[in-house]
Design a protein around this ligand. Structure first.
Ligand SMILES: C[S@@+](CC[C@H](N)C(=O)[O-])C[C@H]1O[C@@H](n2cnc3c(N)ncnc32)[C@H](O)[C@@H]1O
Length: 251
């Protein structure tokens, strides 16, 4: 990871010019948008639903709150937040990619989730919202794809209310060595083949496996959040650390 000083940045295992990564990531999500939900269920054996439910449970969401689900994609978290904040609350589903937002909007409307959800195309690094607008911000499986992660954490800090919390749900570093080996085998041998079979796209799922390895580990991400100003930063390892949920508060 070379976020701040270098001119290049990782895109999976490749190093690319910093100003190139955003469009390469856009290509990935343009390609997978229509099959994104089914691939999530297939490749995680449905476990992503449990990770997301845990995130909601840890969010402290209550009726009337304002929530930002950035890099929200097809809106799994937004759907659950929408029910919890009720008609007096507000959820903003924001994503840099219009194709992912379109799939999300159609899915949520088909489920009857309307009224308290707004859809905004936005870059996590430069959020187009006023200061201290949100009680809760979530970024699920999104931070890994952002070019300047530190800038994104700072941008989220700016739009968070004092007393509000950020939750970062992201792939991380598996803790037990045996799990790590099995997971590597699965990621590099099975996942791209599944991607080819289900979504007709092996390359995007090869990127997924590589981008996970390049993402900061649990303690590095914790330090980055502290550097951005968050306090009482903690994390929980889920499924042996394959995924981690980081939480931090703004006071
Ligand atoms: C793996 S999907 C996660 C979607 C959803 N949060 C979920 O958990 O199912 C990652 C999302 O991050 C979005 N994304 C990538 N870079 C972004 C950025 N700089 N700002 C906002 N969204 C971004 C992508 O467009 C994509 O929809």
């Amino acid at each position: 990871m070379k976020d701040s000083k270098s001119d290049t940045i990782d895109f999976g295992y490749k190093q690319v010019a910093k100003n190139e990564k955003q469009s390469l990531v856009a290509n990935v999500f343009n390609s997978v948008a229509q099959k994104y939900d089914i691939m999530n269920d297939v490749m995680s054996f449905g476990i992503h639903r449990i990770w997301k439910r845990y995130t909601i449970d840890c969010s402290g969401v209550r009726t009337g709150m304002k929530v930002l689900d950035i890099a929200g994609g097809t809106g799994d978290l937004t759907a659950q937040f929408s029910r919890r904040v009720g008609p007096t609350g507000e959820v903003v589903l924001a994503d840099i990619n219009q194709a992912m937002l379109d799939v999300g909007r159609d899915k949520l409307r088909n489920k009857g989730i309307v009224g308290n959800v707004d859809y905004v195309q936005a870059n996590a690094e430069d959020l187009p919202f006023e200061d201290e607008r949100f009680d809760i911000i979530t970024i699920a499986f999104g931070l890994r794809n952002v070019t300047d992660k530190q800038k994104a954490l700072e941008s989220m800090f700016r739009v968070l209310k004092p007393g509000g919390r950020l939750l970062v749900l992201e792939f991380s570093k598996p803790v037990p060595p045996m799990l790590s080996q099995a997971y590597d085998f699965y990621s590099f041998n099975v996942l791209p083949k599944m991607g080819q079979l289900v979504a007709g796209d092996a390359e995007s799922y090869q990127y997924l496996a590589e981008s996970i390895r390049m993402h900061p580990d649990q303690d590095t991400l914790k330090s980055m959040m502290e550097q951005a100003g968050y306090e009482r930063v903690t994390y929980d390892n889920l499924t042996g650390g394959i995924v981690a949920l980081h939480r931090g508060f703004k006071f």
